[in-house]
Design a protein around this ligand. Sequence first.
Ligand SMILES: C[S@@+](CC[C@H](N)C(=O)[O-])C[C@H]1O[C@@H](n2cnc3c(N)ncnc32)[C@H](O)[C@@H]1O
Length: 216
Amino acid sequence: MDSGRGEKTNEGAVPLPANLFDRADETPDALFYRVARMVTHIDAATIAALTEYYREALPPGGDVLDLMSSWVSHLPAEMEFRRVAVLGMNRQELVANDRATDSVVQDLNADPELPYAPDSFDAVINAVSIQYLVDPVAVFTSIRRVLRPGGISIVAMSHRCFPTKAVRAFHVLPPQRRCDLVCRYIELAGGFDRIEQIDRSPAGADPLWIIAARRA
Ligand SMILES: C[S@@+](CC[C@H](N)C(=O)[O-])C[C@H]1O[C@@H](n2cnc3c(N)ncnc32)[C@H](O)[C@@H]1O
């Protein structure tokens, strides 16, 4: 199917089984995230490996959207960007993010449509949070809309989570299948190419699995 911008989407493809997206805590996410958590969610060495990947993959001076963001975006300190938009659930965390140029509080499980104009960003990053999305294909469809052609989507995954808020798939599938599942989200959204799985796990620290894709 054509999205209206001359690119292929996968509307009509067989959807993922709904029970992959059940959660132990089905209350609104706003309740769980109302308290600010000024913590890091992966080991320092894993954060350093993610920052190094961003150093290689992100366009200097570009426009970046950090989705499911908090008080920290793990961007290389020496790299400058024209825009770093951050979107997450807790205003206090986002206000404390010293890389952010603008911020939005939005529950992507209640409204997966991103509040940005088409073709706004060179890169959309999502660190250690993909396991909380109940309709990830809708979110990737929106990511495709806000990315410029050739822009990069980067999903960084590890093995920790808030268990009651992670969807069932991330509890029952082993790591390789979880990476494959995220690739499938992107394929189902359509309009991406060069989908890659990259293992940047540091020795003796939390793993780091990256899924990168380019807007076609
Ligand atoms: C484990 S933290 C990771 C935060 C940050 N990306 C990092 O690397 O430290 C999970 C983040 O996902 C965000 N999040 C969880 N559920 C969300 C939802 N439904 N909509 C938008 N953001 C959500 C929360 O605001 C929280 O900051």
